[in-house]
Design a protein around this ligand. Structure first.
Ligand code: AMP
Length: 298
């Protein structure tokens, strides 16, 4: 496994390769969610690149850039167990050299609503770094997690809008045994916060049950069912529970597939997001419990 820190060295690696390249972009502090993306990339490509870059432009001024968890040694150990070819770990200066001017700025409801409303500029930072990574690594296939549902829609749109010759694979959210979606940010939770963090999954499950079992389709009624679950937890503040069209990201009045049910909460100082997908065939994608996912020993 090569550890590559510069754009030039990454290009040099690429020049040696003939077969397909799969890229998994991450911010590190890897967990089973990341590793499931890497495993899929490994299975589908001759060459696998994992990038680890905590991208400053996607963090707001008062967000957790400085405290974002890091453990490169452990990350490298996990990745070498999975047969990754290159770990690309650029510095901030390598990605944003002095004088950097050119950003990718998605526009419209897709980036102004949901996470975009709470984190202005977030998707500009995401789209900019992801396009740069695509151009530096030149993958045929890229792997993203359903966990960050709006990011999936934004990147899918960018690939289409800019005619990028790239196939995007979106893989299910990997969860802890109690349903909490794995996230590097879960490490911020205290023991008691961690115990209540499964509320996101329980609230999404309540919304799904309102649709499937109670046959409710009115989004107010469905999100009300989810809200009741969150309101029963005193230490949790609901930021939003939203039901949106999966392709346009526009809000729905009546739940019908393809749709996303999205939730964001604050538990103490930690902000957590999660979602379920209702696919066109009526099937829900609620993710997978990590222990049921086969993988090499993290
Ligand atoms: P991050 O390091 O948080 O930027 O995430 C890197 C990639 O891993 C993104 O495509 C995320 O959507 C994906 N990811 C994060 N958490 C999970 C999870 N629990 N299950 C599946 N994918 C995930």
């Amino acid at each position: 496994m090569h550890i590559v820190r510069t754009v030039q060295a990454m290009r040099h690696e690429h020049e040696q390769w003939t077969g397909s390249v799969g890229l998994v972009p991450t911010m590190g502090y890897l967990h089973k969610g990341h590793l499931s993306l890497v495993e899929h990339a490994r299975a589908e490509n001759e060459h696998v690149v994992v990038s680890i870059f905590i991208n400053p432009t996607q963090f707001g001024q008062h967000e957790d850039l400085a405290s974002y968890p890091r453990d490169i040694e452990h990350d490298l150990q996990l990745l070498s167990n999975l047969g990754v070819d290159v770990v690309f770990i650029p510095t901030v200066d390598e990605i944003y050299p002095s004088g950097f001017t050119t950003y990718v700025t998605p526009e419209g409801p897709l980036v102004e609503q949901g996470e975009g409303a709470i984190r202005p500029g977030h998707f500009r930072g995401v789209a900019t770094v992801v396009l740069k990574l695509f151009l530096i690594v030149q993958p045929q296939r890229v792997y993203f997690g359903q966990k960050d549902a709006q990011q999936v829609v934004v990147i899918r749109r960018m690939i289409e809008d800019l005619n990028l010759p790239i196939t995007m694979q979106t893989l299910p959210t990997i969860r802890e045994a109690d349903g909490l979606a794995m996230s590097s940010r879960n490490s911020y939770l205290t023991a008691s916060e961690r115990a209540s963090a499964c509320v996101l999954y329980r609230a999404l499950s309540a919304a799904m049950a309102a649709f499937d079992l109670q046959r409710l389709t009115d989004v107010q009624a469905i999100s009300g069912a989810a809200r009741t679950v969150v309101d029963s937890m005193p230490n949790i503040r609901l930021e939003y529970i939203e039901i949106r069209d999966y392709s346009t990201f526009l809000p729905l009045q009546t739940l019908r597939p393809p749709a996303l049910v999205l939730i964001a909460v604050r538990i103490g100082k930690t902000r957590l997001i999660d979602n379920f997908v209702l696919h066109t065939d009526g099937r829900w994608d609620t993710g997978l419990i990590g222990d049921q996912v086969s993988r090499a020993n993290p």
